[in-house]
Design a binder for this molecule. Structure first.
Ligand code: SAM
Length: 242
């Protein structure tokens, strides 16, 4: 059973720790003797108590470094076909978001080895992995990824400066057909990464940017939200041939 409960109302949702009394912006909530499916009334609104999904919990995680957002992480899974049992390597861990997303996909028999060289970010990512209950699947190391030792990998994801310098080593550590995905915030970094992939004789699948526009939806004035994050990064996908 999870340490949190999601209170889902028509206009608002709240993720709160079970077994406690909380003072929220809409009123007091007593979660000491409740179960999933119960309905509580707070500030005149009814909320059903549901088990939070990983996505609900991730919204509450601490962020240190800039994260890979769900729209980009989902595309990595969609294109590579990542699935249960895969062995993955990820760096840098940053806040652990991409590693957690992948850990949830590869499941109990899969592994995500994630490397973070900064101790402060390592601590944040480790705590985030634990809060998601994925510490058995996502193995975090407070080390420079340049020294990684894992082999026979299905997927390697790099989201850090100078990722292109590791393309050669990454190719050798992938299974034939295994995927290397490099996330580059700037096109200059993407070009360097792609050049190395070509030099290594990898099969280049694609370079793409995921553009997600949220709409404000209400009868009579429906339109795209006028602000929000438009650019995150470029994803380059390649597979080991030889
Ligand atoms: C943009 S963040 C990664 C965010 C992460 N993908 C997420 O979704 O939360 C980049 C991280 O890479 C780390 N990093 C940079 N070079 C590294 C290296 N050689 N080995 C391990 N970590 C490294 C940085 O300290 C930083 O925390």
């Amino acid at each position: 059973m999870h340490e949190f409960m999601l209170l889902l109302g028509r206009n608002k949702s709240m993720l709160l720790k079970r077994g406690k009394v909380h003072t929220t912006s809409v009123g007091k909530v007593d979660l000491r003797e409740v179960e999933y499916g119960d309905v509580v009334e707070v500030g005149g609104e009814k909320y059903v108590l549901v088990e939070p999904t990983l996505a609900d919990i991730m919204k509450k995680l601490r962020r240190g470094a800039q994260i890979v957002m769900p729209k980009d992480a989902a595309q990595i899974v969609a294109i590579t076909g990542a699935t249960k049992g895969w062995r993955c390597l990820d760096a840098g861990s940053g806040s652990g978001f991409l590693a957690i997303f992948l850990g949830n996909v590869v499941g109990g028999r899969g592994r995500v080895y994630t490397y973070e060289k900064r101790e402060d970010f390592y601590r944040i990512a480790k705590r985030n992995i634990e809060r998601c209950g994925l510490e058995m699947v996502v193995r975090i190391k407070n080390q420079d990824v340049r020294n990684f030792r894992e082999r026979n990998l299905d997927l390697i994801t790099f989201d850090m400066k100078n990722s292109h310098e590791l393309v050669g080593k990454a190719r050798k550590r992938l299974k034939p057909g295994g995927w290397l995905v490099i996330y580059s915030p700037h096109i200059e970094a993407q070009i360097m990464a792609r050049k190395e992939m070509e030099k290594e004789g990898m099969h280049i699948h694609s370079t793409l940017e995921v553009i997600q526009r949220v709409w404000k939806s209400g009868f009579g004035y429906t339109h795209p939200e006028p602000s929000g994050i438009l650019h995150t990064g470029f994803l380059t996908f390649a597979r080991r041939v030889l």
